[in-house]
Design a protein around this ligand. Sequence first.
Ligand code: TYD
Length: 221
Amino acid sequence: MATDRAADLAPFELPARTGGRGWFVVFEGGEGCGKSTQARLLAQRCGALLTHEPGGTRLGTALRRLLLDHDAGDLDRRAEALLMAADRAQHVAESIRPSLEAGRAVVCDRYLGSSVAYQGHGRGLDPGEIRDLSLWATGDLEPDVVVYLVVGENETLRRTGAPRDAIEAAGAEFHHRVRQGFESQAEADPDRWVRVDGSGTVPEVAERVSSALRARLRERS
Ligand code: TYD
């Protein structure tokens, strides 16, 4: 029977990283691709700090409410982009960078690639400007590896059901553009982005994630 219990999956030992810093691994993908489950399992298996955006800090929790609450009213798309970047700035300063510098790996559920896909491609802002905004906000902190979980568009709709927040409710066209935004980032930066098939059971996907990551991190250590 399918299970998502980390106890049933073998521990995953990260290779040593030159310079003593921790590895920074990010999961990206559209709604309902299973990345939150896979991020949690990977972090448990390798003893990494598990965190997420938007909302990985106290400030972030407040920003997340403003960003995703159905009742918050229509947010201007530039305001939305700036709030996502503010969330990321605080998250990196308070949590991600200190952990990496202390030698502990970080697994983050969404990061800069989500802003490029959602606020750039989805909302129709310049993806390059959105990326630069996030790089400025984070002092140029980019992940070592981005695990891009891919599921079919119909599968995504089936898994998510009724929209749970204001961004999920944005409509099929919007989510199609978001998907193209992820695809074009994966194509443009193949050394950092690794596409992983998100179909199948949770343990099957977890094994695909760990073998893709093992190969990628070995190249980069
Ligand atoms: P998340 O909590 O990961 O939700 P889900 O489980 O549906 O993936 O993210 C909440 C929403 O925030 C999601 O619709 C994507 C959106 N988002 C952006 O639009 N820009 C960003 O930079 C980030 C990090 C998330």
